[in-house]
Design a protein around this ligand. Structure first.
Ligand code: AMP
Ligand code: GLY
Length: 425
């Protein structure tokens, strides 16, 4: 199979890595890619938001399958443009991608499908904003209606800050605060059949102990030993399948990756948000554990044959990823700083590897930072403690001036697992 991946982040690097390990994949292309993806896929320049340009590239490369990674091209209709040329494409149509592109649309679909989520108001005027903030009380949850790369959401006890964010957006969703741990659950779907993957947890805040501003995600782990073993089945039944059924009923079937961001509250599971693509950095740990070859699974979703696809196989072990971010991220990041130590990880760490996000080669052929989240250092192990130790050992080998990363990714869960095994201490 000849596969073209669109995008150039750590998620696309994780996808390309998994595809490169799949014996059914005979040629692997990525556009635009990044300095790390160049090791596994042939890179091509393309404007990923230009559907016709992506479709032209897919035709020229004779791709059998195109996988669209990020949300912005999906919301721009890139998957539709590829499918219009008769090429299988993994990723929802422009209309179905509105599930991520508009929080108000997602709320409407959830209401129609009976999917449990936070109560909410859509507001467009300061008066409506004040009324909604007053109705729910603190902590306030204020979400920009449109795409904002994980940074459009403000959760705060400060009424003035909540009001300021709301009034800076054209249209906002203000909603009830959900307590409890968060889970990311992905499902591959062809618009009818839903195949859930294994759950993961993301660390959204910039600093240790969940302090600091929201980011795109600073690290992740999988599996979740603390989660109810029936969680996946429950979410499939109460969230994923009803949502896919509702979108099909509306004449805008969703095929691709349905990502449910969930809160496990004291009153049950609630959807925090939907995304229309693989999550980053959760994909890095979920794919690290998937044993089923990836290309066939994604192609079955793209061509509507998931019902006949065999059950997925998973590694019993664990995976942890730690994101190394640029100086000043999530504010405007500094870029162009050299990155060293990548070869040492490749040489010395058998169970760890570095997935590139914002990197590029400079004029001298050195790998330099080129974005906010720069690297996603991923490791596997028989249990979370092992995977975590290996990931951090690899992180320590890497230098990037001014960079920062969290030290507590999967720390609590790894400690809890040790305590459970040694109850006497
Ligand atoms: P979102 O972009 O909707 O995923 O929101 C980003 C982050 O804000 C989530 O991962 C949560 O940590 C937090 N958040 C969003 N909605 C809520 C809510 N209703 N209650 C509590 N926290 C929330
Ligand atoms: N990990 C959060 C996201 O992909 O949106």
């Amino acid at each position: 199979m000849n596969v073209l991946v669109i995008g150039g982040g750590a998620r696309e690097h994780a996808l390309c890595r998994a595809l490169s390990l799949d014996s059914d994949v005979s040629a692997l292309h990525c556009a635009p890619g990044n300095a790390g993806i160049a090791d596994t896929a042939k890179l091509h320049a393309v404007d990923a938001l230009d559907g016709e340009a992506v479709a032209d590239l897919a035709v020229r490369l004779e791709a059998d399958l195109v996988i669209v990674g990020p949300e912005a091209p999906l919301v721009a209709g890139v998957a539709d443009a590829v499918r219009a040329r008769g090429i299988d494409c993994f990723g929802p149509s422009r209309e179905a991608a509105e599930l991520e592109g508009s929080k108000a649309f997602a709320k409407d679909v959830m209401a129609a499908a009976g999917v449990p989520t936070a109560r909410s108001y859509v507001c467009t005027t300061p008066a409506e904003v004040d009324e909604a903030l007053d109705a729910f009380g603190a902590p306030y949850v204020v979400k920009d209606d449109g795409l904002a790369a994980g940074k459009g959401v403000v959760v705060t006890d400060d009424l003035e800050a909540a009001r300021a964010h709301a009034n800076a957006c054209e249209r906002v969703v203000i909603e009830e605060y959900l307590d409890g741990p968060e889970v990311s659950l992905f499902a591959v779907t062809d618009g009818e059949t839903v195949v859930p993957l294994q759950p993961a947890q993301d660390f959204k805040r910039a600093l240790d102990a969940d302090e600091g501003p929201n980011t795109g995600g600073m690290g992740a782990y999988s599996p979740l030993p603390w989660a109810d073993p029936k969680l996946v089945e429950e979410v499939e039944r109460t969230v994923l399948q009803p949502t896919v059924d509702e979108l099909r009923r509306r004449g805008t079937p969703f095929s691709g990756l349905l990502y449910a961001g969930l809160a496990i509250t004291s009153r049950g599971v609630r959807v925090i948000e939907f995304n229309a693509r693989f999550g980053d950095p959760e994909t890095q740990v979920v794919l690290a554990r998937l044993k089923t070859p990836l290309a066939g699974l994604l192609r079955a979703a793209a061509n509507g044959t998931l019902a006949a696809f065999p059950a997925l196989r998973w590694s019993e072990g664990a995976a942890v990823t730690v994101v190394i971010a640029s100086h000043n991220y999530p504010d405007t990041p500094r870029t162009g700083d050299p990155i060293t130590g990548l070869e040492t990880v490749a040489e010395k760490d058998e169970h760890a590897y570095v997935l590139h996000a914002g990197t590029k080669l400079d004029a001298d052929g050195r790998v330099v930072s080129a974005g906010g989240r720069v690297l996603s250092v991923t490791a596997t192990g028989s249990h979370l403690g092992k995977a975590r130790e290996r990931a951090y050992r690899a992180v320590e080998r890497i230098t990037l001036d001014g960079s920062h990363h969290r030290m507590d990714i999967a720390a609590k869960v790894a400690e809890a697992a040790v305590a459970a095994e040694n109850p006497a201490g």
